[in-house]
Design a protein around this ligand. Structure first.
Ligand code: GAP
Length: 510
């Protein structure tokens, strides 16, 4: 199956099985805004809970907060968002379509990467088992030429974008002969900056109303609460503050389903450290966050680091963890060493001292910050696309299954009486009542058992408990495991322990 087909199937499966719906669909939708359905919200809650447990509850020196979405407008002045949270935009005069200039350039690079991948695939076919992909990539003249071209475009792109040289960005687009994908023409306007923050007004009268912003990241809510948490929690550096919550960005290029949305959710943690120790902690969090993704069944081949060459003015190290989405490798999580930029900026603008007294060194200082920031919706898409599988079974039938890590599955257990008689439904309800406080369970007694198993496979339920004739005789049931489809017979009294133990296998430990 091609990647495009896979992506289309994932989107329609998400809708058909109640995971994700386009927002306001009966009014033809609202671009780049999505709603989570009855199964989607369970998966989303589980991702959030797993992150929270891993980052907050399993670390003694990390606590969580939940700050408001509305914040004082000066916060966004201090953080630099009012002046510099911009995307470079360009319009095509013929199609009247608007694009992000940096994305046009990124897409150009992706096309060259595609050509390389096609060369590699062809060579792989030609040489068969003896094919050494690494050597081929390093020595084949055509591939080397493509790589040089990528390097050249990247350098020019970083230079122009990094220096805010919008004339240079347009010149590069023209030099590369990039055409509008809709009109096919190269009739471009100049490139200009566009601020991504949504604003609204607070106050009852139009004269007295104040312009405030919907937060474009959750991180600033942590910075402005640094002092409160440090004092009230008697925190000692190094320590972290985490939060999850909605963020809003007026994204111009909004596409690729829930990958880039206008309203989305972030899970962020700011780790406050002694100045000079930030790079050590940056390496630590880089590894930990990669390990965390691994505990969710995401294999090494689907993850990679992308270290930033061109750093933001406030960072002294930054990396993205990229995931191989159905449309290629893209940023899933950012890990940034943000120095003392944010706390210092808030200290300067607010006039409040945002410092820490270090009892070990007897010094006052503004701590440095290492941030981990992952998009909830991107994590959802990573889990969902990693889990989606179509299998041909021995009898030739097709099974669509979501191999979601059991700890994240919307439902952990489906309780299924084999038939709707002979006391089986009553017995099944007893089991359901026993399990449902600890595990999210579903009861299903409609259709043949095989069809019921398929329905549970399609929403990723890891365990199906079936009540049959033997249950009524000896109090045993079968547990069917989603991935292997194997069934085993166990005593009802052991169900809770067996399921609980299996869910805990392979969880993240710092
Ligand atoms: N506080 C740092 C920060 O916000 P970012 O790289 O702009 O950094 C962090 O965003 C993460 O938030 C990204 O890695 C991505 O997972 C997610 N994210 C950013 N913009 C998004 C959008 N428009 N839609 C969905 N997720 C987004």
């Amino acid at each position: 199956m091609s990647k495009e087909d896979l992506f289309r199937k994932i989107i329609s499966h998400a809708k058909e099985y109640g995971f994700i719906f386009p927002s306001s669909e009966i009014y033809d939708g609202l671009s780049a805004v999505y709603d989570y359905g009855q199964n989607g919200v369970e998966l989303k809650n589980n991702i959030r809970q797993y992150w929270w447990k891993s980052m907050v509850q399993m670390h003694e020196n990390i606590v969580g907060i939940d700050s408001a979405i509305f914040m004082h407008p000066s916060i966004w002045k201090a953080s630099g968002h009012v002046d510099a949270f911009n995307d470079p935009l360009i319009d095509n005069r013929d199609s009247k379509k608007r694009y992000r200039a940096d994305i046009l350039l990124e897409d150009y690079i992706l096309k060259i990467e595609d050509k390389i991948n096609k060369e590699v695939a062809k060579a792989n076919k030609r040489f068969g088992e003896n094919f050494d992909e690494k050597m081929y990539r390093e020595t084949n003249p055509r591939v080397m030429r493509y790589l040089e071209e990528i390097e050249d475009v990247r350098t020019k792109m970083n230079e122009t974008l990094g220096n805010d040289d919008l004339v240079g960005v347009k010149a590069l687009i023209e030099e590369l002969k990039i055409a509008c994908p809709i009109s096919g023409s190269r009739n471009w306007t100049d490139v200009r900056q566009f601020n991504l923050m949504f604003s609204t007004q607070m106050g009852s009268t139009s004269e007295g109303a104040e312009v405030i912003y919907l937060r474009p990241e959750t991180a600033q809510g942590i910075f402005v609460n640094f002092l409160n948490v440090m004092k009230s929690g008697r925190m000692r550096v190094p320590f972290g503050i985490a939060q999850t919550g909605k963020a809003f960005r007026n994204e111009i290029v909004a596409r690729q389903f829930i990958f880039r949305m206008r309203e989305f959710e972030q899970m962020e943690m700011q780790f406050f450290v002694r100045p000079g120790e930030e790079l050590k902690w940056f390496e630590y969090w880089k590894e930990e966050r990669y390990k965390w993704l691994g505990t969710l069944g995401i294999s090494e081949e689907k993850l990679r680091y992308h270290d930033h060459e061109k750093l933001a003015h406030y960072a002294n190290a930054a990396t993205d963890i990229e995931f191989d989405f159905p449309f290629g490798f893209r940023e899933l999580e950012g890990i940034h060493s943000r120095t003392d930029f944010d706390l210092k900026a808030h200290q300067d603008l607010s006039g409040k001292k945002l410092q820490y007294f270090d009892p070990e060194t007897n010094e006052n200082y503004i701590p440095y910050v290492v941030e981990t920031s992952i998009g909830m919706d991107r994590m959802f898409l990573a889990i969902f696309s990693n889990a989606y599988n179509e299998e041909t079974l021995e009898d030739g039938s097709l099974r669509t299954v979501l191999n979601i890590p059991p700890i994240l599955s919307p439902y952990k257990v489906a309780v299924l009486p084999l038939v709707r008689k002979d006391g089986m439904p009553e017995k099944a309800k007893e089991i359901l009542d026993d399990l449902r406080f600890d595990f999210n369970c579903q009861y299903d007694d409609k259709d043949a058992i095989g069809r019921r198993y398929r329905r549970q496979d399609a929403i990723g339920t890891p365990y199906c408990v079936t009540i049959d004739t033997q249950t009524m005789e000896d109090n045993t049931v079968t547990i069917r495991e989603r991935d292997s489809m194997k069934q085993e017979r166990v005593d009802i009294s052991m169900l809770s322990k067996i399921i609980g133990d299996r869910l805990k296998a392979n969880i993240y430990r710092p």
